[in-house]
Design a protein around this ligand. Structure first.
Ligand SMILES: Cc1cc2nc3c(=O)[nH]c(=O)nc-3n(C[C@H](O)[C@H](O)[C@H](O)COP(=O)(O)O)c2cc1C
Length: 203
């Protein structure tokens, strides 16, 4: 696929067909993640790959509870902005978008505690996001789709414990991979043109 096509086609998916994905493709996708730009020459990322239904259900019980507690009534019968519309659509799917796709990748980076005093202190996390973005683009390039969940607060520790991850490792996100349903609704996006976002020389 042309690079510009990958950029244009990339989107977050949350509903899947039953079609399986070849594990060799998953390995290529993780290989693309491994080629991400890295801070401090770091390249010791680890990846947990979940495939069976049991593995995914075991990992994402917290997201299931988040969905149960979500009050969709708050979003009914009132005017919503685009972010609220996306939220109202995406929230009920936070569990199934991970459990119902063939594979979930959990990227891991070594870090005991995040320090957000300065942006540079967040380099371990930022680098892991470069890995995640490479994975998302590689998924798109393979003609597949991905779902993305950022663990909500202590969900991070709960999931990593379920997965037996040793102390001192963190994840930026969970990435589900599969063939998206063709008729999945596409939440409307804000305009992505750079007009109105540029400041030449200084703000
Ligand atoms: C930092 C970050 C956190 C996100 N968290 C979630 C999430 O927890 N659940 C979800 O369904 N989508 C999540 N998304 C996906 C966004 O909702 C999505 O990227 C946005 O609506 C734009 O749509 P698009 O990716 O289809 O272009 C996240 C995206 C980013 C970059």
């Amino acid at each position: 696929m042309e690079f510009s096509e990958v950029i244009d086609r990339r989107k977050t998916s949350r509903q899947w067909t039953d079609r399986n994905v070849d594990f060799e493709v998953i390995k290529r996708i993780i290989g693309a993640g491994m080629k991400a730009p890295s801070w401090d020459h770091y390249r010791n990322w680890q990846f947990i790959v979940l495939h069976t239904k049991e593995e995914k259900e075991n990992a994402f019980g917290y997201a299931k509870q988040v969905v149960k507690r979500f009050d969709s009534g708050r979003y009914e019968n009132r005017k919503l902005n685009l972010a609220q519309e996306m939220y109202a659509y995406a929230m009920p799917l936070q569990y199934t978008m991970l459990v119902e796709c063939p594979y979930v990748i959990v990227p891991l980076f070594k870090c005991s505690k995040l320090n957000a005093e300065w942006v540079s202190k967040l380099n371990p996390l930022t680098t892991a996001w470069c890995v995640a973005e490479n994975i998302m683009l590689a998924v798109t390039n393979e003609g597949l789709g991905y779902s993305l969940r950022i663990p909500l607060n202590k969900e991070h520790d709960v999931v990593l414990k379920q997965l037996g991850v040793p102390q001192g490792w963190m994840t930026p996100c969970f990435i589900g991979i599969g063939y998206p349903k063709e008729d999945e609704p596409l939440p409307e996006q804000y305009d992505s043109s750079p007009e109105g976002h540029l400041h030449m020389g200084a703000w």
